[in-house]
Design a protein around this ligand. Structure first.
Ligand code: BES
Ligand code: ZN
Length: 469
């Protein structure tokens, strides 16, 4: 019998779905075991949605800066996640990640000769405190020489993207007396970028589209006087910290030298509610932890299962990099059989998978693909990306897969809210990971006991109404 038949997935619907009991058991006894005891082992999409709400909202309102790396909201989320692990009886640990520069972009604005032009704050830009007023000077690509030749003292520098880093452009302009910097794109569209770190030796810096930048270059080159008024609002928190939160379920004590499987998701956000990115993945691993910590499953584990909620992902995978570094230093990385990363699993209409490249082991990815196929999910394809927490694991030689739903039009915007989350995606993701873990259980190399496939496979879904979101 295929898994597809055993595990039913309810279609998300705004209307109330008639109560259904998803019992297509492999044996009659699993029915007579009684529904009640099974309910405790059931996947609850509602619980996941509640946790997404808990992580992305406050007092029923969407939180603007839900869990921004290094700020209060992120720390509070970490403690909530740990409290959930503790409640489930997992061995839990809050691991501090030091050296985090907290940064919130509160928005930038710019006018050119009193006409407003759209700009975007570069991450780690200095704020303007009050409005900056100055004449615009074109400094080409902003190299040391170009900035020197441009006579930038007291002026605002217009610099093109390319050749050197954004940070070096901003530094060169600062060293030559500029009071602000506009970097315009070298390809069509808006420039989104980062200066890499907080630095006093840069001036307020914003990005601009190629199209707008070209218009300004033409004006300056034509000898027109171009007056700029610029405002950059940021909140910074230098020398802050973040957390990785670990919840562990150890393998059965009879398993000699058990290997570890990591199921991870980052819980920090950029300056937006971050319901999909990535309260969705975080809430899903909490629910997986709840399901797997049920005695029927927990007592048969062939692997140690570590649920890890990573902090500081949004500023460059800092939490997961530090976590993996510690694994490598302690030698534990040798003992990690695989890593499953959930990031943005709530929006979109097809599941997609990623690895950093084609050279690393695709062992776990293959297991994901087999299960996606068997479960009959709509699959959007496999791609290369290093933009999430699987990347440091893969780079350390640990077979990993990044699972996501595609495509999220609200990514990194204030629109990334609970109402955009599709319960069906959540259900599919949790089901997929459960099936993957079960497959790995079965294929485990260290099996003193014959694993009971049914215990894991026949987890039945809660007889709950699908929420109308
Ligand atoms: N969840 C995203 C990564 C993502 C988004 C992958 C859309 C695939 C499609 C993650 O939180 C993120 O924003 N990552 C950064 C890069 C990271 C190294 C700071 C990004 O993609 O810009
Ligand atoms: Zn993100």
């Amino acid at each position: 019998m295929s898994k597809k038949k055993k595990i039913c997935v309810v279609a998300a619907s705004a209307v109330i779905v008639a109560p259904m009991l998803f019992t297509t058991p492999a044996s009659a006894s699993s029915v007579s075991n009684g529904i009640l005891s099974k309910i405790e082992r059931q996947l609850s999409v509602n619980k996941i949605l509640k946790d997404i709400e808990r992580l992305s909202m406050e007092d029923g309102q969407n939180k603007d800066n839900a869990r921004v790396t290094g700020f209060e909201g992120e720390h509070e989320a970490a403690k909530y996640i740990q409290s959930q692990f503790k409640k489930l009886g997992l061995n839990s640990e809050l691991k501090t990640v030091d050296g985090i520069d907290g940064f919130i972009d509160e928005g930038s604005s710019l006018t050119i000769n009193n006409q407003s032009v759209t700009v975007k704050t570069l991450t780690y830009s200095q704020p303007t405190n009050q409005k900056l007023e100055g004449e615009l000077v074109y400094a080409k690509t902003g190299t040391e020489n170009e900035c020197k030749e441009a006579n930038l003292r007291g002026k605002i520098a217009l610099i093109q993207r390319g050749t050197i880093s954004f940070a070096d452009k901003a530094k060169n302009a600062y060293n030559n007396g500029a009071i602000g910097v506009i970097i315009y794109n070298n390809a069509s569209g808006m420039l989104n970028g980062t200066l890499g770190e907080l630095n006093d030796s840069v001036v307020p810096t914003v990005g601009m589209s190629l199209e707008d930048g070209k218009v300004l270059v033409d004006k300056v080159n034509a000898g027109e006087s171009v007056n700029v008024s610029m405002e950059v609002n940021t909140i910074v928190k230098p020398n802050s910290f973040s957390y990785n939160v670990v919840g562990e379920l150890p393998a059965h004590k009879n398993v000699k030298n058990p290997q570890t499987l990591v199921v991870g998701a980052h819980f920090d956000s950029v300056s937006c509610p971050g319901a999909n990115d990535n309260a969705s993945g975080t809430a899903t691993i909490l629910e997986l932890a709840r399901l797997i910590s049920q005695p029927e499953v927990k007592n048969k584990l062939q692997y140690n299962i570590k649920f890890v909620a990573f902090g500081a992902e949004e500023i460059g995978l800092v939490g997961s990099k530090e976590y993996v570094e510690q694994l490598v230093q302690s030698g534990e990385s040798q003992n990690i059989a695989g890593m499953i990363n959930l990031d943005m699993v709530g929006v979109g209409n097809q599941v997609v998978t990623y690895n950093i490249d084609d050279n690393s082991s695709h062992k776990i990815t293959d297991i994901a693909h087999e299960n996606i196929n068997e479960l009959g999910y709509k699959f959007g394809g496999h791609f290369n990306s290093g933009s999430s927490d699987h990347a440091p694991f893969e780079a350390a030689g640990i077979p990993s897969v990044f699972i996501q739903f595609d495509k999220d039009p609200y990514y990194h915007t204030d629109e990334d809210t609970l109402d955009k989350i599709d319960p069906q995606n959540i259900k599919e993701t949790a089901t997929l990971v459960l099936n993957m873990l079960m497959d790995m259980q079965e294929k485990s190399p260290n099996k003193p006991n014959k694993p009971n496939k049914k215990q894991f496979k026949n987890i039945e879904f809660e007889n709950e109404e699908m929420p109308s979101l």
